[in-house]
Design a protein around this ligand. Structure first.
Ligand code: HEM
Length: 105
């Protein structure tokens, strides 16, 4: 099925406790997720990452992000992100479509 930005926004409700996006986004519990796709992991300025995230060697693209969000601790062993994982492929696609709106801010 096609990507659904509005559905992705609802999925992002699970992330909002710890992450912000958009032009006024700030680092909080987790780093800002604006401009995520194409960025090297662990590089948001001013955010205090775990060594595991900082040194993961990942670049966030659709494939690495999809694997990560299914099981963060499997993809980045030692990450301090506490999130059980989002398994549903359609919801992941929707979430990506939502996040991509903020690639430039
Ligand atoms: C890191 C996405 C939910 C806390 C990250 C990173 C991504 C991400 C892509 C790596 C960022 C980077 O390398 O710059 C998401 C998404 C979520 C979600 C899409 C919802 C589906 C949460 C929740 C929490 C959280 C609920 C808090 C309970 C963190 C923390 C980090 C992080 C603390 C830094 C990890 C570290 O330095 O080891 N998140 N996250 N995230 N997230 Fe999340």
């Amino acid at each position: 099925q096609a990507q659904d930005v509005a559905a992705g926004e609802k999925v992002f409700a699970q992330c909002r406790a710890c992450h912000q996006v958009g032009p006024t986004a700030r680092n909080t519990v987790g780093p800002v997720l604006s401009g995520l796709f194409g960025r090297k992991a662990g590089t948001v300025e001013g955010y205090n990452y775990s060594p595991a995230n900082k040194n993961s060697g990942l670049t966030w693209d659709e494939a690495t992000f999809s694997e990560y969000i299914k099981d963060p601790k499997a993809k980045v062993p030692g990450t301090k992100m506490v999130y059980a994982g989002l398994k549903d492929e359609q919801r992941i696609r929707d979430l990506i479509a939502y996040l991509k709106q903020f690639d430039a801010s």
